[in-house]
Design a protein around this ligand. Structure first.
Ligand code: NI
Length: 196
């Protein structure tokens, strides 16, 4: 089932998300629905707060980037098969010189800006079977994880822009929160919340 994606301006996107346990109700269905929602919107990642749940769960599938020839063949190969569910993730370390990449977000349609992030991360998380992993990632895979991880910390990529850039997109963000935007996937806007 495709779930509506929560738009910029909804307070759920600003909450620090809570850890979950194995017995979280209908977790398997939730993960399935989140995958369907992410693919339906052509996203490479989706975090639970984006479908209205302030829990520490996000998905990443970088395969759409595999066709992008601005990456090395080796990186394209890695991107093509990277699909993961992250539960209760904690970034333990981030390192390296920050690099810029043009990011977007399904909760903030039509806004794309260069965001600076460190290239390497070490992260502890549980997979969909609640097995714990500690892994290191770099490059674009790390970046997508960082973006989704920010969501479960209540942070959006637009927070990371210069105050000049923030001023430039202020009107756009306000329109998004009011639902004054054309989108081709299901969204839920803060103003409509009470009617549901
Ligand atoms: Ni996002």
């Amino acid at each position: 089932m495709i779930l509506p994606i929560v738009a910029y301006g909804d307070p759920v996107l600003r909450k620090k998300a809570k850890p979950i346990t194995k017995d979280y109700p209908e977790l398997e269905t939730l993960i399935e629905n989140m995958h369907e929602t992410m693919y339906g919107a052509f996203g490479v990642g989706l975090a639970a707060p984006q479908i209205g749940l302030p829990i520490r769960l996000f998905l990443v599938d970088t395969s759409p980037f595999a066709e992008d020839e601005s990456f090395s063949e080796e990186e394209q190969e890695a991107l093509s098969s990277f699909k993961r569910v992250f539960i209760n993730a904690q970034i333990i370390e981030e390192e390296g010189d920050e690099w810029a990449f043009n990011e977007g977000c399904l909760s903030i349609p039509d806004v794309r800006e260069d965001v600076f992030r460190q290239p390497k991360i070490k992260i502890e998380y549980q997979d969909e079977n609640f097995d714990t992993h500690v892994e290191e990632f770099d490059g674009l895979i790390a970046r997508v994880i960082q973006h989704e991880y920010d969501h479960i910390e209540g942070i959006l990529f637009t927070d990371k822009l210069s105050s000049f850039k923030k001023r430039l997109i202020k009107g756009k963000l306000s329109n998004i929160s009011k639902g004054k935007i054309k989108i081709d996937y299901r969204m839920r806007f803060p103003a409509q919340k009470k009617k549901r």
